[in-house]
Design a protein around this ligand. Structure first.
Ligand SMILES: NC(=O)c1ccc[n+]([C@@H]2O[C@H](COP(=O)([O-])OP(=O)(O)OC[C@H]3O[C@@H](n4cnc5c(N)ncnc54)[C@H](OP(=O)(O)O)[C@@H]3O)[C@@H](O)[C@H]2O)c1
Length: 337
């Protein structure tokens, strides 16, 4: 197996770097700025102290997607807004017959890649853990969890082999026959991104305030209602079933601190990835997260005003390049609660 990484950013560099450090053949494709950062080598670290490093000679990095033509397993690690360009790039690079795995958040990226690269087998996947770049070239995985790859029907053997190689490289991975449930379960967990961006606060400070959590509860409640109407049963990702999130996050602060102590075990300064995208001037993934709930609501006849308003406000924040820094009470009012 020759792995290709399309989109060497946080996830791409961590997964690609760990696979390469584990002895797999890996070609990474990314931007010139990342090529410069990795010129002196790269490090991969994990919450529990597991660490690997690669010297420059062990990194096969290219800024041209043509390098992917020699890969048979390509992991797409670009943000959802870049999927279309990534799919076209694969086509132009002459990638044919490869297995493409979307390691992206959201629901529709794999479907979009299937349309753009009809000669390839495309598999959806769910990455449960966070990765952040620290300094120039260290990629730090902050949380645990098992990566899940679509593994249904004729593709089960291929996805099983990819999962086995990832696991061997210390990225625990498994396959699932119902990947849509897994993707929707992860999406429910991602809905706090929007609230965090609009608060302008670190995650811990934001989640510690009930008013923000009530907005999150309303957003998740709408998501669950739309999923139920659409016949979707969101899978449990991590320790909490999506169905109980609204009740848990609606608890008074003192009780929430007791019951959900794990949710607050976060670095004081940690922010959501969408808040980091805002700071870095990147595009938001909001249309693939809360926006996906709004579209599902339209298809199933379920009203999703909170998610629609959150999407609109986040898009405005990105257009203005800054968070509106809303208090919990202000945010509750603005989403109509
Ligand atoms: N980071 C996490 O903790 C995490 C966890 C779970 C899931 N995810 C999901 O994983 C996906 C990737 O997230 P990420 O945080 O790794 O994003 P990221 O750090 O922004 O990495 C994506 C990289 O791909 C580059 N890129 C985009 N289009 C490209 C192209 N056509 N050719 C070459 N390079 C290209 C981007 O460059 P530019 O920025 O210059 O465009 C960026 O460097 C997202 O869907 C995210 O939601 C992330």
């Amino acid at each position: 197996m020759h792995f290709g990484i399309l989109g060497a950013g946080s996830i791409g560099c961590y997964v690609g770097g760990m696979l390469a450090a584990g002895g797999e053949k890996v070609t990474m494709v990314g931007r010139p700025a990342m090529a410069n950062r990795l010129a002196a080598g790269m490090d991969m670290t994990r919450y529990d102290g597991l660490a690997r490093e690669l010297d420059p000679n062990s990194i096969d990095f290219s800024t041209s997607a043509r390098a992917l033509a020699r890969c048979d397993t390509i992991l797409v690690c670009v943000k959802s807004g870049d999927t279309e360009e990534a799919g076209r790039t694969l086509l132009e690079a002459g990638v044919e017959g490869a297995t493409i795995v979307s390691l992206q958040n959201g629901i529709s990226n794999a479907d979009q890649l299937r349309v753009l690269a009809p000669e390839c087998t495309v598999l959806a996947a769910m990455v449960p853990f966070n990765v952040a770049r620290i300094g120039e070239s260290r990629f730090h995985r902050g949380t645990e969890g098992t990566l899940v790859i679509e593994g249904d029907g004729p593709d089960a053997e291929t996805s099983g082999e990819i999962a086995r190689r990832l696991s061997q490289a210390h990225i625990a991975a498994a396959t699932a026959s119902d990947i849509k449930s897994v993707l929707w379960g992860k999406l429910a967990m991602n809905l706090n991104n929007a609230v965090n961006v609009l608060s302008g606060l670190p995650l811990k400070a934001q989640l510690s305030q009930r008013a923000y959590r009530l907005v999150l509860a309303a957003s998740v409640r709408e998501a669950l209602a739309a999923m139920q109407a659409g016949g979707i049963n969101p899978a449990k990702i991590g320790k909490v079933r999506p169905q109980i999130i609204p009740a848990v996050v609606s608890l008074p602060d003192w009780l929430f601190r007791l019951v959900a102590a794990n949710m607050l075990k976060i670095d004081e300064e940690a922010r959501s990835s969408m808040a980091e995208d805002l700071d870095a001037g990147r595009k938001p993934e909001i249309d693939w997260l809360n926006g996906e709930i709004v579209r599902l609501g339209l298809r199933t006849g379920i009203a999703t005003p909170v998610n629609a308003k959150l999407s609109q406000m986040v898009n405005r924040a990105f257009a203005e390049g800054k968070s509106p820094n809303l208090s919990g009470a202000e945010l509750l009012r603005k989403v109509g609660l």
